[in-house]
Structures are given as structure tokens and as C-alpha cells.
Design a protein around this ligand. Structure first.
Ligand code: BJ8
Length: 430
């Protein structure tokens, strides 16, 4: 593929042939799904560029930062506090989990009925096609769902630098104490890895950088309340996905830039879909790059996605971290407070999430909710029944979709999504 980067990928130990094939498929998918959209905001050019360079220029930047003494930490979950990583001048990146790869090899290590997200992480490692996992100085796994928790025992045999973080399962004072202790342990581990002592000033700076990204995303989300919607759900999802890869300051600037453009669109009533197009709130499992199947089906069926109740979306970015503390301890408490509000379905019970779905439905003036569960994801699939019941009780049209990363069910999903869009459209007209 790109000759300029071939040596870099070779040095990272990638399987060049498999990696070229992957980039070929991704590039084609990106063209078909994103570049074919009509009337995209000009500010998306930056995100197109990031995506075109996600395995090349961005990796080169990370390797250069390592040469300058900075560390790279990879993660699979929004519970890994980026504030602490930034405070040590290190970079946090999301690891590839959004596509099937080397499935046959993966299924020699994990049961077939493991969710696609976990299998994907293993596939990218076993297939030697993820430059992020290969360049990371530390990989953080977190004990969230049973699938992840047990699979990290296996991943530990494949990577030399896995750090496992424990997480509580209940929102109790005992649960908060577990999170606090784990974040303290993580701070120490990051200090050991980087050789940087995290003081209050560093920690506040880390908080401010990460809050900056979140504020920009909040601004973007608020602009999506407009009808006509100024940006497609696919593009907004892409921005939320790039959140996990890009340099945070550059990312924040680019999101703010596109927001200014979208403000102009809203004033001029310019949208990507006609005014009055059915509006969908997506809720459920996270969608990592290049998992675009369901949003693509929805938006090519005539509806627009106006919000994502997801870790790659509002669940991940919802709250800011209070930066008013003066000591490391006060700032660490603020970090724990912020993350303890993340309403992942691994928590039991998890009433806040139901409330957030309802709130988002109203805030973004949605006409219906599509709940997306990955097959074999027990936390979200089981919770989806409660979500559906709670929403339908309030008169909110809800569709539950369980799927995986394969394209085999596209036609079947399209039929179901189209019928749902018809249902919400006729309700609207009534
Ligand atoms: S905080 S949602 S990013 S754990 S899809 S691997 S839950 S079986 S990804 Fe998640 Fe953190 Fe929670 Fe968010 Fe398990 Fe389900 Fe698979 Fe999942």
C-alpha cells in the first residue's frame, strides 16, 4: 500500500500482506459509506484526512513522541481515565475492535459465542494488523463484562504489557471505593511507566485537555437538535470515533471548527436530510471504527441519527471532570466522581441509563429509539429488554437490533429498519 510507511509497519511487526488487504477493504468501505454522502459539511475534510492516515501519519506521530520520551497507552474502554494519562505527558489511544479479522485463529482461543468486539481485538492482534496495539507501551484491560474480564487472561499470553484494571459492578459507596483504589493504582502504574510524578498542576492540565475535547463534542451534540439536521449521524459517529485516536488538542480545534460551520448551517436551515426527516436515537453497545453497518442502514433508509447513547457517543463524553481541586487527592476524587457516573450496562441495577435514553430522546427531538446490541453481549442484550419496555411504556417507539460485524444480515436488518421508520413516520403524521 503506502510505500512511505512500509518500513514503519514492518518494524512494528505487522503482517504487510494482511495489513494491505485490511486497508484496501477499509478504504473502499469508507468511500462507499462516507464519501458518497451528499452535502457533507466542509469541516469533514479534516476527519476524512485523519481516517486516511489513521494507520500511517498518526502512527508516525506516536512513534516520534515515543522517541522524544513520551509513552503510548492503549485501551478498550471509556473507564480508563485519560486525564491521568495526559497528566504524565503520555497519549491514550483506543485499540481496534470494530471489524472481524483472523476469525479462525481467534476461535482457537475464544469460544465462538464471544461478542464481536472482543473477538475483533484478538483478531487484530493475531492477524498482526493493528499498529496501535503493536506500538503501545502499555495496554489497559478492564474488568467490565465477563467476556472481557476472562479474555484478558488469554490476551495476557499474547501481549507483554497488559495492565488489568478492576472495576466495580454496583454504584454503591463500596463500589466507588473500588474505583478510587483502582484509579490510584493506575496513577502509580502510569508514573512508573513514564517516570513522571503526577502533581496537581499536571493533573489539572490533563483534566483541562480532556474536558476541552468533551466540551467540543457537547457543542456538536447540541447542534444536532436542529431540524433539518446539519450533519449526518454517520459523520457525527465518525467524529466520536476519531476522538479515541487523534491528538486531543488538534481534535478539539477541528470539532470546534466544524461546529462553527454547523451553526451557520442551522441559521440558514441547511441540512443533510430534508426538514422533517424521521429522527432516530441510537442506544446500546459502542461502535468502534469501522463498525458503521447499522448507522449506514438507517441513514440510507431515509432517517437521520441525531444522537448516540453509547460509549462512542454521549455515554462516553457526557460529564466534565471538575478541575477546581488544589491537591492531587482532590483532583483524583473529581476524576472518580466523573467516571462513576458512566452508566455502562455492566452495573446492576442501572437505572441512570434508562433515564439518559429518555432524556436524550427528548433533547434531540427523536421520533424513535433503535437499541443496538452486539450478539453475545449479555449486559446490553439483557438490558435492552428493560430499555424497550421502559420506553414503550412512555409511548416511545423502540426497535431492538441484535447483530454482529458480518454483512450477512444487511438485507434482513434493512427490512426491519425500514418498517420501523415507516412506523415512526406514520405516528408523526397522525
Ligand atoms: S464502559 S460499554 S466501553 S465495557 S459489547 S465487550 S460489554 S460483551 S464494550 Fe464497553 Fe467500557 Fe462498558 Fe463502555 Fe462486553 Fe458487551 Fe462485548 Fe462490550
Amino acid at each position: 500500500m503506502s510505500g512511505e510507511y512500509e518500513q514503519m509497519w514492518r518494524d512494528l511487526g505487522l503482517n504487510l500482506e494482511a495489513h494491505d488487504a485490511l486497508l484496501g477493504v477499509l478504504g473502499k468501505g469508507y468511500e462507499d459509506i462516507f464519501l458518497s454522502q451528499k452535502n457533507r459539511p466542509a469541516g469533514m475534510d479534516y476527519f476524512n484526512f485523519v481516517m486516511s492516515e489513521v494507520h500511517s501519519l498518526r502512527i508516525k506521530e506516536l512513534l516520534e513522541s515515543q522517541k522524544a520520551g513520551r509513552k503510548v497507552i492503549g485501551s478498550f474502554c471509556v473507564f480508563v481515565p485519560e486525564e491521568i494519562v495526559r497528566a504524565a505527558d503520555a497519549t491514550l489511544v483506543g485499540l481496534c475492535t470494530g471489524a472481524d479479522f483472523a476469525t479462525e485463529e481467534v476461535e482457537k482461543l475464544l469460544p465462538r459465542n464471544t461478542c464481536s468486539l472482543i473477538k475483533s481485538a484478538f483478531g487484530f492482534k493475531l492477524g498482526q494488523v493493528c499498529p496501535y496495539i503493536e506500538s503501545a507501551d502499555m495496554i489497559v484491560g478492564e474488568n467490565t463484562c465477563d467476556g472481557k474480564k476472562k479474555s484478558y487472561e488469554v490476551l495476557k499470553t499474547l501481549v507483554p504489557n497488559l495492565y488489568v484494571m478492576d472495576l466495580p459492578q454496583m454504584k454503591s459507596s463500596e463500589g466507588r471505593a473500588v474505583l478510587k483504589a483502582e484509579y490510584e493504582r493506575f496513577r502509580k502504574a502510569v508514573e512508573d511507566l513514564t517516570g513522571v510524578t503526577i502533581d496537581a498542576q499536571r493533573l489539572r492540565k490533563g483534566i483541562d485537555i480532556v474536558n476541552g475535547k468533551r466540551k467540543a463534542i457537547h457543542r456538536l451534540s447540541a447542534l444536532r437538535k436542529a431540524d433539518p439536521a446539519p450533519i449526518s449521524g454517520l459523520d457525527a459517529l465518525l467524529i466520536n470515533q476519531v476522538y479515541f485516536y487523534d491528538d486531543p488538542i488538534r481534535f478539539t480545534d477541528s470539532v470546534n471548527k466544524i461546529c462553527t460551520e454547523l451553526e451557520g448551517r442551522n441559521k440558514a436551515q441547511v441540512g443533510v436530510f430534508p426538514k422533517g426527516a424521521p429522527r432516530i436515537l441510537l442506544s446500546g453497545c459502542p461502535m468502534a471504527v469501522p463498525n458503521w453497518k447499522l448507522p449506514w442502514i438507517i441513514e440510507t433508509s431515509g432517517a437521520v441519527i441525531v444522537g448516540e447513547e453509547s460509549c462512542v457517543g454521549e455515554r462516553g463524553t457526557r460529564n466534565l471532570t471538575n478541575d477546581s481541586g488544589n491537591t492531587v487527592d482532590e483532583l483524583m476524587e473529581a476524576i472518580v466522581d466523573r467516571y462513576f457516573q458512566v452508566d455502562c450496562a455492566i452495573f446492576r441495577p442501572n437505572p441512570d441509563r434508562l433515564e439518559h435514553v429518555r432524556q436524550m430522546y427528548t433533547t434531540y427531538a427523536a421520533d424513535g429509539v433503535i437499541h443496538y446490541g452486539l450478539q453475545f453481549c449479555q449486559p446490553y442484550q439483557i438490558e435492552s429488554l428493560q430499555v424497550e419496555r421502559a420506553l414503550e411504556e412512555k409511548g416511545i417507539a423502540t426497535l431492538r437490533i441484535d447483530t454482529d460485524y458480518s454483512m450477512e444480515d444487511v438485507e434482513q436488518l434493512k427490512t426491519r429498519v425500514e418498517a420501523f421508520i415507516e412506523r415512526i413516520s406514520s405516528r408523526r403524521a397522525a
